[in-house]
Design a binder for this molecule. Sequence first.
Ligand SMILES: Cc1ncc(C[n+]2csc(CCOP(=O)(O)OP(=O)(O)O)c2C)c(N)n1
Length: 330
Amino acid sequence: MVATEVRPTPTRERLLFMYDRMTLIREFEERLKRLVDTGLPIGAAHYYSGEEAVAVGTCAALEPNDWISSTHRGHGHCIAKGVDVRPMMAELYGKVTGTNRGKGGSMHITDISVGMIGVNPILGMGTTHAIGSGLSAKVLKNGRVTASFYGEGASSIGAVHESLNLAAIWKLPIVFVCENNRYAQSTPVEYAIAIENIADRAQGYGMPGVVVDGQDCLAVYEVARVAVQRARRGEGPTLIECKTYRYHGHASSDDPRRYRTAEEEQYYRDRDCIKRFREQVTGRGLLSAAELDQIDARNSALIDEAIKFAEESPLPDLAELTTDVYVPER
Ligand SMILES: Cc1ncc(C[n+]2csc(CCOP(=O)(O)OP(=O)(O)O)c2C)c(N)n1
């Protein structure tokens, strides 16, 4: 008989972290969407609203000096790992105070100081970057774990298969987090993938695979915690599939009603991760509604401040056009 594992309740500090980061991501994305819808020209933005529990539940299981690699839908990953929203917002405005001095934009936000090794517009590249950070951790024996996020659409890309295979044969300290939000642009997962659970592919790579409700931050944290511990013990990678949903279109210009129904959208909104978390922690008396409301107010003010910071910051000087970017020699 297998003994049932007793799941410890996350510490109060960790619960506060979860609520704080999920609401900060939601506020960042919703405010940004309003700005873009009313004319802010930032190029394509891929909003993370609806998926917050995935990034936050995973990052709650990491240590500050662990790493994450990301995707084109990376704002939530950055905030969950601790990137300051002020330089993030400035980056989206193309300002010199941005994380990448205004030259990267939404799909290149990077902040090594908090372990965020890069948002990435090329599907599957984040998993290859995780092989780099994972291999370095193994060689240097520094105990650092990498969590690598990617979408269910990216899960069929060759580079992702190669990365998961390499991570398994080299027993790298990586937690692969497949965010199955049901659509790759407008392509439904059932059209593109022949199996119900992408986590079942883990067996083919030679690592454990777990499916988790990606709308439940506590559930994501629990499976991530186990996977991170396994990675840190040197036992190798895990594949976690989070079933989740994005509330908005694929990118700022996309109308999701062309390929999904209002009923389906409502189904997921009724299971909203922030609403659910509030019910879970207040229902069990772990945190009070008043302290959660205070976090809401603080995060709203922080996003006001981030927008002001971005608006008031200068653009990069023309003389810096070719600095901080890769310029091939002619
Ligand atoms: C190699 C590559 N192929 C195609 C694209 C174009 N593209 C950008 S996002 C996207 C869909 C990605 O879906 P998924 O991986 O499920 O992530 P999601 O957008 O749902 O978070 C595609 C096809 C790309 N950026 N890179």
